[in-house]
Each structure stands twice: as C-alpha cells, then as structure tokens.
Design a protein around this ligand. Structure first.
Ligand SMILES: Cc1cc2nc3c(=O)[nH]c(=O)nc-3n(C[C@H](O)[C@H](O)[C@H](O)COP(=O)(O)OP(=O)(O)OC[C@H]3O[C@@H](n4cnc5c(N)ncnc54)[C@H](O)[C@@H]3O)c2cc1C
Length: 375
C-alpha cells in the first residue's frame, strides 16, 4: 500500500487526485490537503467582478467532490514539507502537526508578492481572489469617470485578466447610458505578447486594444502606488482614478527552504514533473519553474503527467509521460475580437491565433465542462 499526499485543492491538485483515484487500486491511500474546501474557477473572476456570474457559478465544494471519489480531504494550512522524513507540517486546520507520505504531489499554486510594490495593498485593486474581484467590481460600479489604469507589475506572469478587464471596462462604459468621460490605459513592464515571445500575438492584441480606444504603455515597471498615482522604477508615472493591477507572483513558500526552487521560489522539475533532487516528489501547476505565463490548462496537463508517472513509479515502472509546455488560451473580449492563442513555448514555432465571437462561447463552455467533470 502506498500513501499519496497531494498538497493544494486547485486545478492541479484536483486533477491529480481524481486521476490517482481512478487509476490506483483501493489498497492505496490518497489524501488531499488544502486551506479551503472551496474550489475556485479563477478564469471566471473577471466575469464575477463585472457581475456576469454569481460566486456559486465559479466555485464548488472540493471536499465533497474528493470524498465522492474516495480521496481523503483535509482542510489545513501547509507550513512546509520535510522530504528527508517524508512528512508535511500542517500549521492549523482540521489537523495540526505532521502528515506522512510515501509519494507527494506539490500543487500549492503561487503567492501574490504584493509587498514588493510599495503602497499596493492600500491603493491598488486586483482580482485574483474572490473577495478582491468583488471589491474591484464595486469600485467599477461607483466609478464616476476619469482615467482607468489596468496592468501587470513586474513578475506578474498573468496577462489574461488584464486584457479581459480592459475589454470588459470599455464595453461597460460604452454601453453605459450615463455620460462618464473615461480613458483606459493598459500598462505592462513588457511589450504585449512578450511573455509568449511572439510579436504577431502582440500586434493582434495591440490592434484589438486600439480598435476599442484603449491605450497601451509598455516598458512600464510599476514599483510604487500612492493615492491616485503609480510610478515606475525607470522614472515614469501615471495618474489614475481607478487602478487594477496584477501583483508580482512568487512560488509557494512551503518549499522555498529546500534548495529545490529558483530565486522566485518556483520549484524546479523535469518534463516528467518530478522535482529535481527529491525522490518520490512531483510538482504541478503555478508553483513550478517553467517560463511564460501561469495558466490553468498548464496546471491540468502537468497534474495529469505527474499522476501518470507517480502511478508508474508505484507499479515499479519508469515514468514515461512527458509534459509539453504550451499556451492555449482564450482572451475574452465579449465580441467578434475575442482571441484564441496557441503557442509551444519550448520551440521556435510561431504562435497561431484566431479571432471571433466563437471563442467567448468556447471559454464559457470550457468552464461548464470543468464543473461537470470535477465537482
Ligand atoms: C483572474 C484570473 C484569470 C485567469 N484566467 C485564466 C485563463 O483565462 N486561462 C487559464 O488557463 N488560466 C487562467 N488563470 C490562471 C489559472 O487560474 C491558474 O493558472 C491556476 O489556478 C493554477 O492552478 P494551480 O492548481 O497550480 O493553483 P491554484 O488554482 O492557485 O490552487 C492552489 C491551491 O492550493 C491551496 N493552497 C495554497 N497555499 C496553501 C497552503 N499553504 N496550505 C494549504 N493550501 C494551500 C489554495 O487554497 C488552492 O486551493 C487565471 C487566473 C486568475 C486569477
């Protein structure tokens, strides 16, 4: 019998747990630990902020979903992992103390490093949690006109919600019957498409922004926010009446003391999703050290690979499943300019992209499909 412990009840943790439960015999014990019993479908948070869906549409009870699939669920806060003793320390929650394992999958996502931007907490909105998305939604509703700035801070690694927010704002304000003079600016430390290393994607994004009258400022690495102004490390500044920024990201702290991460605390893995330098430990999702943006479909594929290889290992076989690092993402512009981008980040092949109203529908359908398959 093997004891498998999965840390994190997000995209990667849920997919790994369900695959293990399906494919491992009943004699093996599978446990998932997460700080909350709620699964959040993060890609829907922009729609949540703009009142286009309810919280119940974008979340489900992960504990119930796990128990239905014979996976033990522990609601608890992972403090750190101790690979030498094959145990994980739980700081508080349903269990306090140690949980031991034979095999581990680390899927704790990323941390928001808001402390790196002076004044972020006090003066900037973001929408990377349910609470913050709802707060931002309220600020949008009470927006009385003026300059709106949305963007990414250095190290943010998540451009999709920035563009989707800019498109949603422009549509909302255009449709609004009250006259509110406004100007929307998207700011980024990079040029558009830089995270994909593809100028065609960048040009498509720029022309979509231009068509909606949205300004784009590149080379704008914000490092400080005060009431009404954001300034950059290279001496620029911008005033705002409403600000939404994706803060810098860092890897989950529970593994950062082990010498298995890069300087940003992202875990080093190979393409089988095994953690470099540790036996019987895998990692998947936003926590791993791969280039480019952090995306849910990557987390899902990485979890499938990790689970397949862990099962092979339990059965005394070599891991043969390999992850390929691709971006497959829809940027929903709620119109005929919604964009689908596909790019293999480990080759020089140019990205392919398509635009059309269909992609808005496809993104919604994907959300429903996820809930049906995993809740
Ligand atoms: C607003 C927004 C829009 C997005 N849009 C898209 C999109 O359009 N397409 C796309 O592909 N991706 C999108 N993403 C990215 C996608 O949501 C992430 O890549 C995905 O959630 C990563 O999955 P994960 O399992 O690695 O991490 P998460 O989903 O973050 O899950 C991590 C889990 O670990 C738990 N956890 C963390 N630390 C601890 C701890 N110490 N102890 C116990 N539990 C802990 C958390 O509670 C959570 O359950 C978006 C994200 C956001 C925020």
């Amino acid at each position: 019998m093997a004891k498998v412990l999965i840390l994190g009840g997000g995209f990667a943790g849920v997919v790994a747990a369900q695959q293990l439960a399906r494919e491992l015999g009943d004699e093996h014990q599978i446990t998932l630990v997460s700080r909350s019993r709620k699964f959040i479908f993060y890609p829907a948070l922009v729609r949540l902020a703009f009142g286009k869906c309810e919280l119940s549409d974008v979340s489900f009870d992960v504990r119930r979903s796990m128990l239905n699939r014979r996976v033990n669920f522990v609601e608890g806060e992972v403090a750190r992992i101790c690979p030498d003793e094959q145990k994980v320390i739980i700081a508080h929650g349903e269990v306090e103390g140690d949980l031991t394992y034979d095999y581990l999958i680390f899927a704790l996502g990323r941390r928001l490093a808001t402390e790196r931007i002076t004044g972020f907490y006090e003066h900037a909105h973001h929408l990377l949690t349910v609470e913050k998305a709802l707060e931002f939604g309220k600020a949008v509703t009470s927006f009385a006109g003026g300059r709106i700035v949305v963007g990414e801070c250095p190290g943010a690694r998540m451009p999709v919600p920035v563009y989707e927010t800019a498109f949603a704002l422009s549509q909302l304000l255009q449709d609004s019957d009250r006259h509110k003079p406004y100007h929307i600016t998207v700011v980024s430390p990079d040029s558009p498409g830089k995270q994909l290393d593809d100028s065609n994607v960048g040009n498509a994004l720029l022309s979509t922004l231009n068509a909606r009258g949205i300004e784009f400022l590149s080379d704008f690495p914000i490092d400080r926010v005060t009431a009404g102004a954001a300034t950059t490390s290279n001496g620029h500044g911008i005033n705002f009446d409403l600000l939404m920024l994706v803060p810098p990201f860092a890897g989950a702290p529970a593994a950062s003391h082990l010498g298995i991460t890069n300087a940003e605390s992202y875990i080093n893995v190979d393409s089988t999703m095994r953690v470099n330098g540790l036996d019987r430990v895998y990692a998947a999702g936003d926590c791993v050290n791969f280039s480019g943006p952090k995306l849910g479909h990557m987390a899902v594929r990485q979890a499938e690979v990790a689970a397949a290889n862990l099962i092979a290992e339990i059965n005394g076989l070599q891991p043969t499943s390999r992850y390929i690092h691709e971006v497959k993402v829809v940027i929903d512009a709620s119109g005929s300019d919604s964009l689908y981008i596909h790019k293999d980040l480990w080759t020089d092949e140019p990205a392919s992209f398509y635009q059309g109203r269909f992609w808005t529908w496809a993104k919604l359908a994907q959300e429903k499909y996820w809930e049906t398959m995993h809740s």
